[in-house]
Design a protein around this ligand. Sequence first.
Ligand code: NAD
Ligand code: UDX
Length: 463
Amino acid sequence: MKIKNICCIGAGYVGGPTMSVLAQKNPDIKITVVDINQDRINSWNDENLNDLPIYEPGLKEIVNEARDRNLFFHTDVEKAIDEADMIFISVNTPTKTYGKGKGMAADLKYVELCARQIAKVAKSDKIVVEKSTLPVRTAQAIKNILDNTGSGVKFQILSNPEFLAEGTAIQDLLHPDRVLIGGEESPEGKEAIDALVEIYATWIPKEKILTTNVWSSELSKLVANAFLAQRVSSINAISELCEVTGADVNEVSRAIGMDSRIGPKFLKSSVGFGGSCFQKDILNLVYIAKTYGLHEVADYWEQVIIMNDHQKRRFADNIVSTLYNTVSGKKITFLGWAFKKDTNDTRESAAIYVADALMNEQAEITVYDPKVSEERIYEDLDYLGTRSPEENRKLLKVVKEPYEACNESHAIAILTEWDEFKEYDWQKIYDSVIKPAFIFDGRKLLNPKEIKEIGFEYYAIGS
Ligand code: NAD
Ligand code: UDX
């Protein structure tokens, strides 16, 4: 079966870049990315490409090449579903904020809405691909909805989780470690799997395209994120031990990472992991384990989150205790708000929680981030509901220039590992801040020797 027309529901961090690369590599397939958010679609269609809704290195060039050739963005979801032979569901699956499983389970209402809309609109057979990260066995629920339309239309459901990381999305999509496709073991299931394999095989070596049953594929996505996050929490746990023993966490990471069984990646100690995926997916895994009565399994994975919360809290606590146990009325500069460098995404960023803790102590925070908007930062704080929007705007200011952000500061905290922070004139910054001059480096980004020589009191995670 040769796919000619693809629809992707959800033009977000996953749908947008994934379909852009798919379109670039398959110029003979028409790909339509649809979303209910008109503003987002308008941004994707921005004529001079300066206003794309997400920032990813390399994305602009690919959109420029494929858009209006075989890649289209619009809001007519039903038309796109009707025309497609393959439909990717790439909508958000946030943690539930209400009802059963509140704070843990994935909220599947957007996915279910997509399934119902497909069921309503489809007049010809379709392959439905789960691109969103979903709890294991969700395909069963989607299948139940699609198989009960009475329209005679046949559906095949595939699981094809996305492993891209933000900031490196394009490189990850162009050169993935693997592509995972789960499908039914029937002849029709095999045919659907093959159709999707062919699309990826236009640029990815076949040996990297892994096919499994649907449940393994769905579960593997949650497990991959849980393992990655677990490594960060493991090294962060060790960072606290380093701080009290005189060991240096970077040296420990290097020493253990050279063991090929451990490997060097994801051993960078930090102020805590953020992002829209790790916490949400682990909580989801914990919830699933609890649902099956596997309490030891649930507790084991929950500890990854507990450690991460502890890491964020103790970073804030250390700032307060070092600044003579009070930050009330003191200006604290945050360099970075994004959850990692090279993205404008701030979801679950450690910066939000560290700021909130310091604002509880009446600190006055000034934030500089090269890619995150002022509006986004206030939305993040308002969403927490700790204090009124007016108070948030009174206690926290956002500036567009890093030297201005640092001017007359009592302390500088580095929350995101943006490369440009390394290149600043730190002597100039030192001259402009209140003495003693403090830096709290939540990313171990700066050179301790140089910074201390200038005169800063320098505190970095894990040393
Ligand atoms: P996102 O919030 O950026 O985008 C989702 C989009 O879906 C939104 O623009 C929303 O308006 C749209 N949408 C929701 N319901 C819709 C509907 N019924 N019809 C049309 N559009 C609808 O989310 P994201 O970061 O792209 O994540 C999507 C999924 O991919 C999630 O399940 C996530 O866990 C998974 N994932 C994300 C990443 C990542 O790095 N962000 C990586 C791998 C997997
Ligand atoms: C993650 C997974 O890596 C990706 O495969 C999945 O598809 C989505 O979730 P993402 O959240 O975009 O990607 O970024 P990632 O690079 O994994 O970083 C997540 C968080 O962990 C960031 O806050 C990052 O700063 C932090 N981190 C990562 C560390 O603190 N130390 C590390 O060694 C690695």
